[in-house]
Design a protein around this ligand. Structure first.
Ligand code: NAP
Length: 531
């Protein structure tokens, strides 16, 4: 096993200047671990960002192929520590197998996929409008491409110790852009964070990159994150976690003398609509499928289907009864940490005490053993749902709220009151298509991903993925935190006007030496520009 130091990793050096410490907590037993992790001091955070800014002066000049090689090396170094990472994360999160091995494979695949994107090269989005000297007034030569932003702070998520953490999607996409990264480790899995830092430090060194390209700071209070986001040399923030945390960091970044973008992926209740044709054709199977999705990973997914909308009928009532029985019959799983268990208890309590909602099963924490909350089903009607904001809040865990609607119009009206979401799902058969059309139209305005006859958990990491959505699902609805286009968050376009060829980057040269897909005079092409 890797020997842990409990220190922060500042530009390749291990550092523990602060006296404030915390430990891992085993979620299965609620007992503390024996390594003391040091919360980073303001001086350590300053060093991390200053070194990152210095590193950026080099890495922003690197060709894409060099960054791609680095990403491959990082994935290899993580693979070298695979057994340690899985065992340590299991101790800290209780997420177990097959979840953790699968998530680690996804994490290294993401790093390598960004390498592929860089080697192909077209991600710089070169757009060229050549000069029209004879036009009146003459049109200048304009050539635009994406360039990296600079040092990025990445906040790890509690519920994805690998794929949305130290070397997760935010870090991979920022590195791919050429941006140095300072990770704020999640206090729920500090040992896992440290092992990732070892792997990434090895990759930085083996690749000959400046040490400031990667730093990791630990902390179990908001001070570390707040200090980091306020640092004047920081250029952007990637975050996955609560609405409260994401919004606080967004506000902090906006109040800086020089505001910077915050790409925060936050809460979502992921509405699922079940139409009558689907209910009649496969209601029994749908119970199984939906319960499996709602209880996966103890319901601790930002894509957990927390809200199910149905037309009120005898069949719907039978469906909800069966769903409730299935939720009650399944063994609740261990949750990640005390804050998540108590946060869930608090939000359910708030919802129930606000009135108009019936608890069909669950509704309480399970005190024996580890952190655990009963599988919970609640029900309300559409009038109550529309008028009670508590019913729109995320209940982060194995909790489902059924909302019954009097008619299709009522269903459409109800969807119209839902805030921004990561996903929206419709279950329907051929006879439901006409009914589905206006619902999809309304859902599209509120979500990042629309599903037909599926479950929202299970986010494919492919080019076409959109993992984002209007606020409050995220603070940046035009972007995604999963898939290759996630790189766009850490780049910005620059247009070069009338620059001589000798001063233009390769991506914008007439000859197209990188052989990338470009838009030249309004047409997608790989052709060179003829004189
Ligand atoms: P969190 O409380 O938002 O914390 C995430 C990270 O942000 C932690 O490193 C935390 O630092 C930091 N942070 C939080 N508030 C901050 C602030 N005001 N200023 C500076 N930094 C701040 O999320 P969590 O611990 O993962 O889980 C708590 C709740 O978040 C859950 O109950 C759930 O509702 C929600 N959640 C949502 C998702 C999702 O994907 N939608 C995922 C996970 C959790 P410290 O902990 O060191 O203070």
């Amino acid at each position: 096993m890797t020997t842990l130091t409990g220190k922060n990793s500042i530009a390749g050096s291990w550092s523990a200047e602060g006296s404030q410490t915390f430990t891992s907590i085993d979620p299965r037993t609620r007992r503390p671990g024996d390594v003391n992790f040091h919360s980073a001091t303001a001086q350590e955070i300053d060093r991390a960002v200053t070194e990152a800014a210095a590193a950026f002066q080099e890495t922003r000049q690197y060709p894409a192929s060099r960054l791609a090689d680095f990403l491959d090396t990082a994935a290899d170094e993580i693979d070298n520590l695979r057994d340690d990472l899985i065992a340590t994360a299991d101790y800290e999160t209780a997420l177990g197998s097959p979840r953790l091995p699968g998530e680690l494979t996804r994490t290294t695949s993401q790093l390598r996929a960004f390498g592929g994107l860089l080697r192909e090269g077209s991600y710089v989005e070169a757009i060229i409008d050549t000069a029209l000297p004879d036009r009146q007034p003459p049109r200048p030569d304009l050539r635009r491409m994406q360039v990296p932003l600079g040092p990025v702070a990445v906040f790890s998520a509690s519920n994805f110790p690998f794929a949305f953490a130290t070397a997760g999607g935010d870090t991979a996409s920022a590195f791919a852009a050429g941006c140095p990264v300072i990770v704020k480790g999640h206090p729920g899995h500090p040992a896992t964070t440290e092992i990732f830092a070892i792997a990434l430090n090895r990759a930085v060194e083996a690749s000959g990159f400046p040490a400031g390209f990667f730093s990791m700071v630990q902390g179990d209070g908001i001070d570390v994150g707040q200090t980091l986001v306020q640092h004047p040399l920081l250029e952007a923030v990637g975050f996955t976690g609560s609405l409260r945390g994401g919004r606080a960091l967004f506000d902090t970044a906006a109040q800086r003398p020089r505001p910077i973008p915050v790409y925060a992926e936050m809460g979502s209740i992921n509405p699922v609509v079940i139409l009558p044709g689907a209910l009649a054709a496969r209601g029994g199977a749908l119970v199984e499928t939906l319960v499996a999705s709602a209880t996966l990973g103890a319901g601790q997914f930002c894509t957990n289907p927390g809200l199910v909308l149905m037309l009120d009928s005898a069949e719907t009532r039978t469906f909800i009864e069966r769903y409730t029985a299935e939720m009650r019959a399944r063994q609740p799983q261990i949750m990640l940490n005390a804050a998540i268990e108590s946060g869930l208890a608090r939000t359910v309590e708030q919802t129930v005490s606000s009135g108009g909602v019936e608890v069909l099963t669950g509704g309480e924490a399970i005190p024996e053993g580890g952190f655990c909350y009963a599988h919970t089903v609640m029900q309300a009607d559409s009038i109550q749902f529309r008028s009670n904001p508590n019913l729109h809040h995320e209940h982060f865990g194995p909790v489902t709220l059924f909302v019954t609607c009097a008619s299709l119009d009522d269903l459409r009206l109800t969807i119209g009151t839902i805030e921004g979401q990561l996903t929206g799902t419709i279950h329907g058969e051929a006879e439901d298509i006409d009914a589905a059309r206006p619902l999809i139209d309304s859902l599209r305005e509120r979500v990042g991903r629309l599903l037909w006859n599926g479950v929202p958990t299970g986010v494919e990491v492919v080019y076409a993925q959109q993992h984002g959505g209007p606020y409050p699902a995220t603070t940046a609805p035009a972007t995604t935190s999963v898939g290759r286009t996630a790189i766009k968050r850490f780049m910005r376009p620059v247009a070069y006007q009338n620059l001589p060829a000798a001063l233009l980057p390769d991506a914008l040269q007439d000859e197209n030496p990188l052989d990338i897909l470009r838009i030249v005079n309004n047409t997608y092409t790989r052709e060179s520009i003829k004189p």
